[in-house]
Design a protein. Sequence first.
Length: 252
Amino acid sequence: MNCIKIETTDLNLYYGNYHALKAVTMDIRADAVTALIGPSGCGKSTFLKTINRMNDLIQGVRITGRVCLDGEEIYAPGVDVTTLRRRVGMVFQQPNPFPMSIYDNIAYGPRVHGEKNKNRLDEIVERSLRRAAIWEETKDRLKKPAPGLSGGQQQRLCIARALAVEPEVLLLDEPTSALDPVSSLRIEELLLQLKKSYTIVIVTHNMQQAVRISDDTAFFLAGTVVEWGRTGQFFSRPRDRKTMDYIAGRYG
């Protein structure tokens, strides 16, 4: 049985006077895929960004409650945010390769964290690209500009870039929404492989995708977690009426 990797307790987030997350309490299991579903603007992406403190970068944000990673409070005084973001990587909705070579995209994070040995960087680049299932497509063009890759390749490159710093958790904010069906399927297959080694949290509007790849699902509505639990039970026997309505398509 998977242990708990991330715990949130009575988590509230405010953008100025706007109450975006409301008393969110849930657990995220290690080495599993947790899908966050719900209508647009319900707090899914905001919640995702609390897990690696990306919301710190937004002026006027105030957070109360607790977010724990391996039992340690990540908003406690003295927490090294740079170390936290190495442990908790993030991949965004739109592929965002840096305007540099494929090799330098992957080597960027390790270099920031002090790795200077060329042989070691070579090993990291190859291993990360292999883990992201894009090594065979890029091994002969590592010095070529990364933005020249296709959209699906760029997204797998961004996943490889996140993996290069050896995170424990991988956060993905609608990583397939800008991709064609074939590229989306490749990302889904990749995530199913990666969950053997990483804790994965994915925001998705696609309920079929949540069913295909997630072990647990949480339904957000108006900043609250209405219901969360094992994906099979969540979709086949939802406990809350609002969850039933969402699955039936009665929310946007």
